[in-house]
Design a binder for this molecule. Structure first.
Ligand SMILES: NC(=O)C1=CN([C@@H]2O[C@H](COP(=O)(O)OP(=O)(O)OC[C@H]3O[C@@H](n4cnc5c(N)ncnc54)[C@H](O)[C@@H]3O)[C@@H](O)[C@H]2O)[C@@H](O)CC1
Ligand SMILES: [K+]
Length: 569
């Protein structure tokens, strides 16, 4: 399959891949640091753009730009110091703030030889008068906050637990100082993933105001202190505008919540072989699909509604009829061969009135969408019974019933899972629903726990139920048998009522189109779920770029989003 999915490898795999190269004497750190310096320089030049005679913005000069290196004890600090040496040689004013008693010796020597400065940061707030070689944390934070760029080299893949010591207090002080500094808007908070090497937009440089704007923050390998392998934020972390990562993306750069502090990306090829030599068959820890990875069956002359896939929808009640309409609409707009609605007669009439393509008669179904708009408790107009029967049929637990088929289990149907499921059943909870599902299985967990450690709890739910789990959020995590996907395609505007119903209908149609394949290869359901999250995000972007959106508008934008994806092939 064509594609360009981002593969993230664990810290342990990256180390295993580095080992043979280091043994062979390859100067990995020099390569990494040089690439880092080039990106820092380019980003700075774009932020200092000047208008040419034709009025077009051109990259500005970076001579004299102030660079603050935050340097920790390990090789991550070594990368920062060597990059600082390259930059100092190009005429930038580089100061290293050393947050550990000992730092990478070669890097420090290179920086000093290139004309850079180094200052030891003293964690005790009562540090004496700052000399040329020592400063207090508040003074270091104030100085770094006044730089043009901060290079965060405190911790990389050697981080264990929350950041501690001088680095932690420095980051806390800096985060507070930067929160007060105005942004020039060059980072709009969008995270295009580690492969997005696009430079920031050019900004006209006005020296008077430049001093007042916040510095551009570049993280070396990862924002220091994130959970490299699990994407958690266990302690202080300085949010980055760009993360330059070496060899391969790391899981924490893709997974929420840490993916939201990485800024734009850049993966620097330093020649690592992944999977690492000696670990053949080892899979990446986390994958993020890109547009080209979305598998979308394109109908041919011999297709008909049953080859396109029939979606059965059990959603909504008389009290919540909107969910029925949104789910069915999304399935129709995603190109289902047919959509069958099951539910209270008056809700069915409302769905058909809005979407005449939908039928309410029973018959063959190739994927079910169950539970959207179904309350967890209380009046259900018989919907729980319908959903339970459909789930049993989909799971292959009904004697004499038709072949098992994929199913999406959403919202109110999540409480109906009293058996373990095959992985072609996809659960689509948000954090609160995932917590409730796990509490019902004896786990002591609440919504905040799930939001703090989405991967851990999504994995736990997969293990407890057997189902594929798509944990919805600002970034979504999908866990299936032996696979983890993390998608960050949703604009913040998508956090609106009914958006989840649209995702369920869309995913149902995508599963129905490949039903026999998914039941035969249930591990593929996770990839379909990740692709649905991507298409959902693209549809949301199309619905109203940069502004508020309604769930129905997202459903109606699905055809255009799919056409745009297919046009890229
Ligand atoms: N091995 C190599 O030659 C290469 C390494 N690279 C860089 O090296 C980094 C890994 O270097 P290291 O293995 O030295 O690890 P780090 O630089 O991430 O840091 C390890 C040091 O930090 C301390 N530490 C760990 N957890 C801490 C915490 N929670 N709070 C405070 N201090 C903590 C440890 O005691 C240790 O001294 C990568 O992230 C990458 O930036 C790159 O230069 C590519 C090549
Ligand atoms: K770092």
């Amino acid at each position: 399959m064509m594609g360009c999915m981002i593969q993230a490898w664990s810290a342990d795999d990256v180390r295993a891949a580095e080992e043979p190269l280091l043994t062979a004497g390859v100067a990995l750190m020099r390569q990494a640091a040089f690439a880092l310096a080039v990106i820092v320089r380019r980003d700075l030049a774009r932020r200092r753009a000047v208008a040419g005679p034709d009025g077009e913005l051109r990259d500005g000069s970076v001579r004299g730009a102030r660079v603050a290196l935050l340097v920790g004890a390990g090789n991550n600090g070594g990368d920062a110091l060597h990059a600082g040496a390259f930059l100092a040689r190009r005429g930038l004013a580089v100061t290293a703030y050393l947050a550990a008693p000992r730092v990478h010796e070669g890097g420090l020597a290179a920086l000093l030889a290139a004309g850079g400065r180094a200052v030891t940061v003293d964690a005790t707030p009562t540090a004496g008068p700052a000399g040329d070689s020592a400063t207090s944390v508040p003074e270091a934070a104030t100085a770094a906050a006044g730089a043009d760029v901060i290079v965060d080299g405190l911790l990389g893949i050697g981080a264990r637990g929350p950041m501690r010591g001088t680095g932690a207090t420095l980051v806390e002080a800096l985060a507070a100082a930067l929160a007060d500094a105005p942004s020039d808007g060059s980072n709009d908070g969008r995270n295009d993933g580690p492969h997005a090497v696009e430079a920031p937009p050019r900004r006209a440089h006005a020296s008077a105001s430049a001093a007042a704007t916040r510095p551009w923050v570049v993280a070396v390998d990862a924002p220091s202190g994130i959970g490299i392998d699990d994407g958690t934020l266990p302690g202080p972390v300085l949010p980055a505008d760009r993360t330059v990562t070496f060899g391969a993306a790391k899981p924490g750069l893709l997974l929420p919540p840490a993916t939201h502090v990485t800024g734009a990306g850049a993966v620097i090829d330093i020649g690592l072989e992944l999977p690492p030599p000696g670990r053949p068959g080892q899979a990446p820890a986390v994958v993020r699909l890109q547009d080209a990875d979305v598998v979308w069956p394109v109908p041919g002359p011999h297709d008909h509604k049953y080859t396109r896939g029939v979606v059965g929808v059990v959603a909504g009640t008389a009290t919540y009829p909107g969910a029925a309409l949104l789910t069915a609409s999304a399935a129709v707009q995603a190109g289902a061969g047919m959509v069958r609605y099951q539910g209270p007669a008056d809700v069915g009439r409302a769905v058909v009135a809005a979407r005449p393509e939908v039928v309410t008669a029973g018959g063959r179904v190739q994927a079910w969408v169950l539970g959207s708009g179904l309350p967890a408790t209380g009046g259900d107009d018989g919907q729980r019974g319908r959903a339970r029967a459909a789930l049993a049929a989909a799971s292959g637990r009904l004697a004499g019933a038709q072949e098992p088929v994929p199913a999406v289990v959403d919202a109110g149907a999540l409480g109906l899972l009293d058996h373990t499921c095959p992985a072609w059943v996809v659960l689509t909870p948000h954090a609160g629903e995932l917590a409730a599902l796990l509490v019902a299985r004896g786990e002591a967990v609440d919504r905040a726990h799930v939001e703090a450690e989405p991967l851990r709890w999504a994995r736990r739910a997969h293990e407890a139920t057997g189902a594929t789990v798509l944990l919805k959020g600002g970034a979504s995590v999908v866990v299936g048998p032996g696979v983890v996907y993390a998608q960050a395609d949703a604009p913040g505007w998508l956090a609106t009522a009914g958006a989840g119903d649209v995702l369920a209908g869309l995913l149902g149609a995508m599963l129905a189109a490949r039903a026999p394949e998914i039941v035969t290869h249930p591990e593929r359901a996770a990839q379909v779920a990740a692709a649905a999250a991507l298409v959902h995000g693209r549809a949301a972007e199309r619905a109203n770029p940069g502004g508020p959106i309604t769930a129905l508008a997202v459903a109606d934008a699905i055809p255009g989003a799919v056409a745009a994806l297919l046009a890229q092939r």
